[in-house]
Write a protein that binds this ligand. Structure first.
Ligand SMILES: NC(=O)C1=CN([C@@H]2O[C@H](COP(=O)(O)OP(=O)(O)OC[C@H]3O[C@@H](n4cnc5c(N)ncnc54)[C@H](OP(=O)(O)O)[C@@H]3O)[C@@H](O)[C@H]2O)C=CC1
Ligand SMILES: O=C/C=C/c1ccc(O)c(O)c1
Ligand SMILES: [Zn+2]
Ligand SMILES: [Zn+2]
Length: 362
């Protein structure tokens, strides 16, 4: 494997990674450089990394932002291998994780308010311009080096493989539930899209004591949604009768659909003054009529990932409730197959790469 031009850190450690090189989205093994562990850094041996639909949008350049070669992965779980001299919170051997953010300015209004996820200078974990001018590489890689502020502690007893997807999918659904009052026992919440984010949304909503309706394009997910995940109701969005029966029943909806949609039938499911929180980031615009919001005094909001403080809170809440994710573990050699299956919705409900055992030099 030839070193690539991504090997540009002046003081560096070499790492093995899977990178996409063009909009086919196919990944191949490459060597990349990581900066040496800085004073405030934590070096982590990656053992597991979830495959988020954002990885797929990015490697296929659906958001027109790809800076190839792209090394995706922001649901990273592993072990600390080295810490900088200013790091006192973590020790070698600790079980840790990294989510969507690798750095922020830590001084703007959002950062000061503990909402780093809305920092205008955010450095995403991958495909983002880092402070030193290099492009960040994510967790489809055997090691990462991250500023200590962005490292999350795995609670005792939470498995690294099933816990990894909480670092993006988990915090992304937990945050809007917390900030929009969609965590109150007895309230009825809808979850659009039973995928990586959606299935975790159902689990958090049930842990909060809510009544949950899944709104899905996939009738075959009904039984599992209700019997395994604990959803209280399941509505097939293409079934006009089911959608009509569910009209006006929901206090809030968490919308995780990865593809564009007409919002009209979904907004009709909200009670008056209900809220829909958009999480999905489809490449094409959504269709929406003003009447579907104005007439019922409804709110349409967006939410992006979550703060570091909330991520740790979410992990601790999940551990307390024995809440993890439903995963299919794949080897590094099967990541392209997994990406193709994710594009088709053929996963229950998150692929997680067994990086530690399978991403090894040939
Ligand atoms: N806001 C944020 O901070 C974040 C946003 N995201 C974005 O959220 C989206 C979901 O991510 P993830 O859960 O990983 O993706 P998944 O592919 O795992 O799940 C998406 C689900 O959306 C549903 N869906 C697909 N197409 C349509 C459609 N045309 N109409 C309605 N529903 C549809 C499917 O569920 P079903 O079969 O039940 O219909 C599918 O399983 C992505 O766009 C991702 O980029 C991800 C993380 C953070
Ligand atoms: O999977 C999470 C991705 C979130 C995200 C939000 C906003 C944005 O511009 C991105 O590139 C990614
Ligand atoms: Zn993600
Ligand atoms: Zn900031």
């Amino acid at each position: 494997m030839a070193p690539t031009e991504a090997e540009q850190h002046p003081r560096k450690a070499l790492a093995l990674a899977l990178a996409a090189h063009d909009a086919s989205g196919r990944v191949t093994p490459i060597r990349i450089s990581r900066r040496e562990t800085g004073e405030d850094d934590v070096a982590i041996q990656v053992l597991y990394c979830g495959i988020c639909h954002s990885d797929l949008h990015t490697v296929k350049n659906e958001w027109r932002t790809a800076m190839y070669p792209v090394v995706p992965g922001h649901e990273i779980a592993g072990l600390v291998t080295d810490v900088g001299k200013n790091v006192h919170k973590f020790n070698v051997g600790d079980r840790v994780g990294v989510g969507c953010m690798a750095n922020t300015c830590q001084s703007c209004e959002s950062c000061e308010a503990g909402l780093e996820n809305y920092c205008s200078k955010i450095v995403f974990t991958y495909n983002s311009r880092d402070r030193d001018g290099t492009v960040t590489c994510g967790g489809y890689s055997d090691m990462v080096v991250v500023n200590q502020h962005f490292v999350i502690r795995f609670p005792d007893g939470m498995p690294l493989d099933k816990g990894a997807p909480l670092l993006c999918a988990g915090i992304t659904v937990y945050t809007p539930m917390k900030y929009h009052g969609l965590n109150e026992p007895g309230k009825r919440i809808g979850v659009i899209g039973l995928g990586g984010l959606g299935h975790v949304a159902v689990k958090f909503a049930k842990a909060f004591g809510m009544r949950v309706t899944v709104i899905s394009t996939s009738p075959e997910k009904r039984e599992e949604a209700m019997e395994k995940l604990g959803a209280d109701a399941f509505v097939v969005s293409s079934d006009a009768g089911q959608m009509k029966a569910a009209k006006g029943t929901m206090h809030g909806i968490i919308n995780t659909a990865s593809a564009s949609m007409s919002m009209y039938p979904y907004l009709a499911l909200l009670k008056p003054q209900g809220k829909m929180i958009l999480l999905g980031l489809p490449e094409k615009p959504l269709q929406i009529s003003a009447f579907s919001l104005v007439a019922g005094g409804k709110t349409l909001a967006g939410s992006c990932m979550g703060s570091i403080r909330d991520t740790q809170e979410m992990m601790d809440f999940a551990a307390k409730h024995e809440l993890t994710t439903d995963i299919e573990v794949v080897g590094a050699e099967d990541v392209n197959d997994a990406l193709e299956r994710l594009a088709k919705g053929d996963v229950r409900y998150r692929f997680v790469i067994d990086v530690g055992n399978t991403l090894v030099a040939a």
